[in-house]
Design a protein around this ligand. Sequence first.
Ligand SMILES: Nc1ncnc2c1ncn2[C@@H]1O[C@H](COP(=O)(O)OP(=O)(O)OP(=O)(O)O)[C@@H](O)[C@H]1O
Length: 253
Amino acid sequence: MKDIILSARGLCKSYAHNGGQNHILNHIDLDIYKGDFTVVMGASGSGKSTLLYTMSGMDSATAGKVIYQGNTITEFKEDKLAKLRQGDFGFVFQQMHLVSNLSLFENVAVTGYLNKNIPGAEVGKRVKELLEKMGLTPMSKRLPSQVSGGEQQRAAIARAVVNRPDLLFADEPTGALNRKNTIEVLNLLTELNKEGQSILMVTHDMKAALRATRLLYLEDGKITGELTLPPYQPLEEKSRETQVDAWLSSMEW
Ligand SMILES: Nc1ncnc2c1ncn2[C@@H]1O[C@H](COP(=O)(O)OP(=O)(O)OP(=O)(O)O)[C@@H](O)[C@H]1O
């Protein structure tokens, strides 16, 4: 039995629309498990990003709650949420949002230095190790504009995990990348997950979805489907693709 890392109960998110309410998340009950690479799929506009932001405390819920380590974080004030997002959660987005006048090393290190619980020397050590693991050591002194999109995204992932978050949230992390860079980034996320990093990612990229150990389908504000998979193995990509494709067809994706 896996440990639950994050839960949603009766989670709702609505936006005012044409004088009425547009219900994007409609009483969602969902548990995210430790060690899983959970991927949420669904049609464009189905609310995947909304689910990720509401569950991570980046955005408020209209109703319902999100529970992390026994605490209802949907009731947290902004300063407490900020601490959570800085220390316990990591974030990767489609756009890397690296600081343009800082080197890759500095971009990753800043997040570590902001975390008062990690001594400075330890931050430097971690950043070096992470950049090495991500194949970025030779360009660690370069500015983001001096490296490829894939290298920028790998640096952004290093930044997201430097504080060793309990859960890494990823919103279309390969959305702005070409095929080669997409595979590099997916390999990195898969490796992190195999080392124990729990990941919650939303995507509409089938290649990205193949990396999941648990696939969820979001439709009409609800989780309407679920598929559990063993950890990704490159040699099994074809059969995995057939399985995920059949599942997505059954969801009328
Ligand atoms: N701030 C907002 N105000 C009003 N409506 C919003 C707001 N943010 C999102 N929406 C609407 O909520 C719905 C869900 O958006 P969301 O970005 O979560 O979908 P998605 O499944 O991630 O889409 P995509 O795959 O295209 O990125 C969309 O119809 C969107 O227009």
